[in-house]
Design a protein around this ligand. Sequence first.
Ligand SMILES: Cc1ncc(COP(=O)(O)O)c(C=O)c1O
Length: 441
Amino acid sequence: MNDISNPTASECGAFWAPFTPMRQFQQHPMMFASADGMYYTTTDGRRVLDAMAGLWCVNAGHGQPKIVEAIREAAGRLDFVSSFKMSHPHALQMAERLIAISPAGMEQVFFTNSGSEAVDTALKIARAYHQARGDSRRTKFIGRAKGYHGMGFGGLSVSGIGRQKRDFGPLLGEVSHLPLPYDAGMRFSAGQPRQGEHYADALTQLLDIQDPSTVAAVIVEPVTGSGGVYPPPQGYLKRLREICTRHGVLLIFDEVITGFGRVGASFAAQAFDVTPDLITTAKGLTNGAVPMGGVLVSGAVYEAFMAGPANVIELMHGYTYSAHPLACAAGLATIEVHRELGINQHVNAVSGLWQSAALALRGVGPVLDVRTIGLLCAVELEPRAGAAGARGSEVAQWCFEQGVLVRGSGDTIVISPPLVISPQEIAQVFDTLAAALQQVA
Ligand SMILES: Cc1ncc(COP(=O)(O)O)c(C=O)c1O
């Protein structure tokens, strides 16, 4: 094979990248050769601080030796075994250890290969749960504005980002959306905004409109992630929980981003002390090293499936690679590494510093808002007149050239570093971003 570390446009030819303007990519491909700890090395030899944890997933830092070794060992021992009517010891162990760090009440895990599959699985479990209880009218879903739930048809249907749906024709019918619990009075608030619990009452109104006895589940990210990092107002999730319980509607937390330490607990459900019926997880679950997702299921939901004859498949659903041996090995090692490094404790120790560094961007250049919680942050910029998104991508590009990888999502800069980030690295990230904001007027 030729060395294509620094490919020409024609060498990019066959590769169609996700969520990427292909012709721009082919002209200026951003190429990485290796990664270690907090850093990437580009194919032209530059070290770049990864302030995105890959794509919100490398929570314990790149190349964790224990995780790398576990994957190597598993690949040499058991390359593949199906999970349909059989399994392997690491799958059972992975399920058990995952439940051990999950909120009390979660008792079962259904493994998938991505966050999108986890979301579609959770939606199917929700409908099938009501069906199993003889309540077949409950088929509707409620999502929320700016929610991102992956790219399957189910997840896309409940997502709250219209421009991602535009090209794909009819999605699931029977989906409605809660408003984003956010207003201008919440700008520049660190952590959970104090006012805003009342936004949960929109659920009561939606249920009234829909007829609550036809609704299967509400799905929300505890902290809106890709849609722009919106922490939940204090009391909001608890009130959602109460309303769902009152109406027999399942509550799904999509924790693909918030799981695995991002807000200082294994799951945001624990950080916010609100337990849903189903939790989706992926990304940090294997530290991004092998694709894996999963749905954590409450004991009560699982039990509802176990009422029929024992020889009948209770959930007609699954994937060839559910509980893949390499993913289970990576996941087990990830849980161990989180424990050994005390990652949740580290996040709680440095998140005050992180949040004040983030809020110090107030008043710098075109900054309209800063939203931050745990080790997550979004810096929203005023769009340049007639060129929405240009400022965001120029700021991200400038940071990259200065050695810090942040994500430009439209005119919002999103930062979500590996959770092992040091105080010095936090300063480096925000100093670089501040300089970029001054440069890119
Ligand atoms: C909250 C949430 N759910 C689901 C997904 C989809 O995950 P994947 O890209 O692994 O399919 C993502 C991805 O960013 C996400 O942030």
